[in-house]
Design a protein around this ligand. Structure first.
Ligand code: SAM
Length: 194
């Protein structure tokens, strides 16, 4: 089973968890998109797909954090996200239909729906940026809200992933150059050669 999968998942090794960021604006969304990818990685996603304006700096940030802090994490740019989603809904790989979870304040409450979401197929969590296309609501397997107030894609993603993925396996971030050791009163890290 792929590391980082929900504990009760019955997923195959190929099943993975992606996050798709729609509508990125290179100047206006620089920080929030960067934080979105870091949040996706930190809470168990295997991949971030960036759509909207192309932005190599965001991809570089995510790759560099993965290099330093470990784990298997992919990221890439997608020029045609809706076409990609239409195909993903039909065939996410080896003929399996993918699960599309669209985070939106108009959706069903995450506390009610997360436990009911299928966990045995490739899954993509979609967050918007600028105007979200109405088609996405129909394409989505689940439209999920984290409260029904407008707030941030980073907050929504973090809360949802923590609930959907649960605790990550000890080895999820293996292979990094540094590892943080939780401490009550100081910064404690160990380096790969320690
Ligand atoms: N202006 C965009 C629109 O309405 O089409 C949305 C802007 S919002 C800041 C960006 C993204 O954050 C949304 O597309 C959604 O993915 C996420 N988001 C914001 N509030 C949310 C909530 N209460 N629940 C779930 N996702 C939320």
């Amino acid at each position: 089973m792929k590391s980082g999968r929900p504990r009760d998942a019955v997923s195959s090794d190929s099943a993975n968890l992606s996050v798709l960021r729609l509508g990125h604006r290179r100047e206006r969304d620089k920080r929030i998109t960067s934080h979105l990818g870091l949040t996706a990685r930190a809470f168990g996603a295997d991949e971030v797909i960036l759509a909207g304006e192309e932005d190599e700096s965001a991809l570089e940030t995510w790759r560099s954090v993965s290099e330093r802090f470990g784990g298997e994490f992919e990221c890439r740019y997608e020029a045609k996200p809706l076409s990609w989603l239409r195909k993903f809904a039909r065939d996410a790989g080896d003929g399996q239909a993918g699960v599309i979870i669209h985070l939106t304040m108009y959706g069903e409450p995450w506390k009610d729906v997360t436990s009911k979401i299928e966990r045995d197929r490739p899954t993509v969590v979609v967050v918007g940026g600028t105007k979200v296309p109405g088609e996405l609501f129909k394409l989505a397997t689940h439209n999920v809200s984290v409260g029904n107030q407008p707030h941030s894609e980073v907050a929504a993603l973090g809360i949802f992933l923590d609930s959907f993925v649960g605790e990550l396996p000890e080895d999820h971030f293996a292979g990094g150059e540094i590892k943080v050791i939780p401490s009550a009163d100081r910064k404690k890290v160990i380096t790969a050669d320690e």
